[in-house]
Design a protein around this ligand. Structure first.
Ligand code: URA
Length: 445
């Protein structure tokens, strides 16, 4: 086959055949197809899209470029959750032990911070000693022993996606639904799951800012999941402000520990309980999502979810004394309260700016080699709908680099918009997508 013929075919909007896609993907992984030709192909996909059979084939090729983990030796339906990413999105850290203790095994392979969004791996690694770089044998042993495991992508999981993602990142071809869907699902399908719950975020801090695009992505991910025989449910959730209050790494872990011990951070726990309910339902430990939610609430109230989290930390090498006594953790040297020049009700928060504020405080990476300041980040005290009076801080920024903290404080200030009128808090969960379609909670109630 001739690469330029296949690029031309896609450029003209035609669907490629399985052997043609295989030629391109395997050729790229084996270095037979150079970056410039693959980049041209990706750009053609960006403009022309992919048919459903093409998307499934493309996902399958990336999935089978590496190891597909077999967890069939573990009894029960293994269920994971994937979030498309956001600011203050710490749900996985509460959710995985919560669902596992309700009897559903959770094999979770997570990512690092990407752009303005945080990553579960970075947050977990802020726990002293916690190891996420485990090999597949250890991954299997831990989930078999304690019912959950949380690691990072190994070099054997979907290596084609790893190479393609790096190329997309530098060729402006990330924001393309077929490419995003193939990339996400190839990694999730490699984990050894039987079913999957998706949290597709929308709003100013999400990659899919428009709700319609988020719904389209959710439905595409669900179609791929179902085509591979995995029951898949998706929720469209709000990312127009940080989820919970903390944005960073260790400060997010501390917020999770408080929630695992029963504190109700309303938006964070509403999303967590809904996703937990869906996972428990797909894991066949509840007859409905609502019943699953009730089971999850009881697991928090009784303290067993917190105990499961301690077990996970211990099993993966973490020092639980920091979880039991977070004040032991080193403190950031610099702390700055953020004040606005006016008063009123919080009407909007530019959550992209908040994400970048977290990043420049030291909690994220400006480039790939940056090391993280685990104590850095921010806590928002005022969310949409809250009243801000003169002299009341809207947020506190933490870090060890004074300039970074000041830069972050400036970005937070710029992110807030106040109104003289009362403002309603936004809905946390907009609707649910399944293989049968999308139901918007506003329209369906
Ligand atoms: N996350 C992924 O894993 N892949 C994408 O393409 C985008 C977000």
């Amino acid at each position: 086959m001739i690469p330029t013929e296949l690029i031309r075919k896609k450029r003209e909007g035609e669907a490629l055949q399985p052997d043609e896609l295989k030629f391109l993907v395997s050729g790229y992984v084996n270095d037979d197809i150079p970056d410039y030709q693959m980049a041209a192909f990706l750009m053609a996909v960006y403009f022309q899209g992919m048919s459903e059979p093409e998307m499934n084939e493309f996902t399958s090729l990336m999935l089978h470029s590496g190891t597909v983990i077999d967890l069939s030796f573990i009894p029960g339906i293994k269920v994971d959750k994937h979030s498309t990413g956001g600011v203050g999105d710490k749900v996985s850290i509460i959710l995985a032990p919560l669902v596992a203790v309700c009897g559903v095994p959770v094999p979770m392979i997570s990512g690092r911070g990407l752009g303005h969004t945080g990553g579960t791996l970075d947050k977990l690694e802020s726990i002293p000693g916690f190891r996420t770089d485990l090999d597949i044998d250890t991954y299997k042993k831990i989930i078999e022993k304690i019912g959950l495991v949380m690691i990072g992508q190994t070099k054997n999981i979907a290596p084609a996606d790893k190479k393609l993602y790096a190329l997309r990142d530098v060729t402006a071809t990330v924001e393309c639904i077929p490419l995003i869907a193939g990339s996400i699902m190839s990694k999730k399908l490699a984990e050894g799951i039987d079913a999957l719950v998706l949290d597709v975020k929308t709003g100013s801090g999400a990659f899919m800012r428009e709700k319609d695009r988020a719904i389209e992505l959710a439905q595409t991910l669900i179609r791929i999941g179902e085509a591979f025989g995995k029951r898949t449910i998706g929720f469209i959730t709000d990312m127009n402000q940080p989820l919970g209050n903390a944005v960073g790494n260790w400060i997010e872990v501390v917020e999770c520990v408080r929630c695992l011990k029963g504190e109700n951070v309303p938006d964070l726990m509403e999303v967590t309980y809904r996703l937990a309910g869906a996972m428990i339902y797909l894991g066949e430990k509840a007859a409905s999502i609502e019943e699953g939610e009730k089971i999850a609430r009881r697991a928090i109230e009784s303290g067993v979810a917190y105990e499961k989290f301690l077990e996970l930390v211990r099993e993966q090498g973490g020092d639980i004394s920091f979880i039991e006594n977070p004040s032991k953790y080193e403190k950031a040297d610099v702390q700055e309260e953020v004040y606005l020049e006016t008063e009123g009700y919080v009407e909007a928060i530019d959550n992209y700016r908040i994400g970048l504020a977290g990043l420049v405080s030291g909690a994220g990476r400006k480039n790939i080699v940056d090391t993280l300041d685990y104590t850095a980040g921010l806590v928002v005290h005022k969310k949409i709908g809250n009243r801000v009076d003169m002299g009341e801080p809207v947020a506190t920024v933490y870090g060890n680099d004074r300039q970074g903290v000041q830069d972050a404080a400036h970005r937070v200030r710029e992110a807030y918009r106040l109104s003289n009128n009362n403002v309603n808090a936004p809905q946390c969960i907009y609707g649910m997508a399944t293989k049968d379609g999308y139901a918007d909670y506003n329209e369906s109630t």
